[in-house]
Write a protein that binds this ligand. Structure first.
Ligand code: ADP
Ligand code: F6P
Length: 494
């Protein structure tokens, strides 16, 4: 374990995101605790467990208010408290305008360059500004609770304006932000109304350091600043921007997973037993099992994947009964119409394919339409002969890394969309273009025909790489960079 806590020394660590790491929900047996699905929570909960800081986030659980104190604070995880969650309360109009509206109907599709889903309303933007201001107040309140310095770390596209608001409230606070999703080039960002793209970029430049997943997003961001903020000075070589007499640093820091934890989950005796049962059911006598785990989101290329599978079974009848696909999908953002219709399409298309190609003793696509726990994820990943990640655009894609970490038998092939951040990092995956359906189908065929030696060679390479680039390496590199900039600022101030 890297000793990254040393960077925080005498400094209070305040993490800020829209999504909270634990939701308290009223269930049939009383109050239940749930961990929401998504890359942000999976990556940052282990981080916070080691740093013992404070996490400021929207209190979205139905029982959240009842378990928090008057300031909205609660210790988590409840069975072994390691850090504080400070909940920000949002009403229905806030959630509609800020979260479903500007964040998920405007920014999400723009950043993923899927502009057919882009929808801008002035009221969304106004609500987004108001909620970002409320988050900034909650952070300022946390910073005031400590006598020493604080380091504020904002997460993602929901909170693009928080650093600028914070800077106006507490000019000396050190603030940085990690952008989990892609950042688009200027031709795409300019779909926002004139004035809004400038406000968004100015908001982000309230940070001292801005972190993106890969270099391409850093370049896109700098190009956008150059084009829309003429008074900013962009230095693409040093990766800095001078704006309003401040220097803002920008860099690429690819996120990862807690590799040891996934390896341990995948290697436990209980997992052995469950993998055997699963393979006995779907992959005995040389049959093969394909797997995937997703939030149901149009960026993930789910319908493209289902279409490729359908063509495969249509064109290769010999694979019917010999190749089953297990699809673990959790509904996501179900109040946004594009997500509702995708959820329906996924269920309908799966049923059609199962009716057309299935038989009394074989179901082509086994759809598990829910959020599952980490133990079951590890079972699914380890049991797979191949995993298909077909995102149309994806900032990183942690599922790819989780699959690799859990492949302790080195049997599986990773088919990975070239439009994911992971594709630029992982060597050994079989890259696909999900927009090219015939190429996609032939890649699945190649994967199914790949020899055990070739599979092992590729998987070993990926596993070696992954062990050298874990969530803790990611955190270490970000905190090292942030504290170095903090120190430079302090020495320049004396
Ligand atoms: P995103 O951040 O867009 O959701 P990622 O692939 O980066 O995409 O991260 C998704 C995370 O959510 C992974 O850690 C994955 O294990 C988890 N996840 C996705 N779908 C499910 C599901 N059905 N059940 C449990 N966890 C899920
Ligand atoms: O990783 C990208 C991301 O948008 C996170 O910010 C988010 O928590 C996750 O996907 C899941 O989405 P949501 O929080 O909207 O359920």
């Amino acid at each position: 374990m890297l000793d990254f806590v040393r960077y925080l020394n005498d400094c209070k660590f305040i993490l800020v995101s829209n999504r909270e790491p634990y939701e308290h929900m009223y269930g049939s047996g009383g109050i239940e605790v749930r961990q929401p699905a998504g890359g942000l929570v999976s990556a940052l909960d282990p981080t916070m467990q080691y740093t013992h800081g404070t996490w400021v986030a929207w209190g979205s659980g139905t029982a959240d208010r009842d378990v928090s104190d008057e300031a909205g604070r609660v210790q988590v995880p409840s069975e072994d408290p390691q850090y504080t969650v400070h909940r920000v309360w949002l009403d229905d109009a806030d959630i509609d305008g800020y979260y479903h509206g500007f964040a998920n109907r405007a920014l999400w599709p723009l950043c993923h360059m899927l502009i057919q889903h882009f929808e801008f309303r002035t009221e969304y933007w106004e609500r987004y500004r108001a909620v970002n201001l409320r988050f900034a107040h909650a952070v300022a309140d946390e910073a005031e609770r400590c006598t020493g310095r604080s380091m504020v770390w904002i997460q993602d596209y929901h909170l693009a304006l928080v650093s600028e608001f914070l800077r106006a409230m507490r000019p000396n606070l050190f603030v940085h932000q990690f952008w989990h999703i892609p950042f688009p080039p200027p031709d795409i960002l300019q779909l926002l109304p004139t004035g809004t793209q400038e406000s968004l970029l100015r908001g982000m430049l309230g940070n001292d350091l801005l972190e993106f997943q890969i270099d391409r997003y850093v370049e896109n961001f700098m190009d956008c600043v150059e084009q829309f903020l003429p008074d900013a000075e962009v230095d693409p070589v040093r990766q800095t921007i001078v704006f309003r007499d401040r220097v803002i640093h920008v860099g690429a820091f690819p996120i990862s997973i807690d590799v040891e934890r996934f390896e341990a989950l995948a290697s436990s005796p209980e997992t052995d037993r469950r993998v055997q049962t699963l393979r006995e059911r779907y992959a005995r006598d040389g049959r093969q099992l394909g797997v995937c785990v997703d939030r149901v989101d149009y960026t993930k290329g789910i319908l493209e994947r289902i279409r490729a599978l359908e063509i495969l079974w249509a064109e290769s009848p010999e694979l019917r009964g010999r190749f089953t696909f297990l699809f673990v999908a959790t509904p996501s953002r179900s109040n946004v119409p594009a997500y509702q219709s995708l959820e329906r399409d996924v269920v309908d298309r799966t049923r059609e394919i199962n009716e057309q190609y299935g038989s009394a003793d074989w179901t082509p696509i086994v759809l598990v339409n829910e959020n599952v726990d980490a133990d079951l994820l590890a079972v699914v990943y380890r049991a797979g002969d191949l995993c298909i990640i077909s995102s149309l655009q994806d900032g990183m894609n942690l599922v790819a890394k989780e699959f690799v970490a859990c492949q302790v038998d080195e049997r599986g092939v990773l088919l990975l969309s070239r439009f994911t951040g992971s594709a630029e990092e992982i060597e050994g995956a079989y890259l696909i273009n999900p927009f090219n359906v015939d190429g996609f189908v032939s890649a699945i065929r190649t994967a199914l025909d790949m020899t055990p030696d070739e599979r092992r060679r590729r998987m070993r390479r990926m596993r070696r790489q992954l062990r050298n680039s874990t969530i803790f390496d990611w955190l270490d590199s970000i905190l090292a960079r942030a504290t170095a900039i903090m120190a430079q600022q302090q020495s320049a101030a004396v």
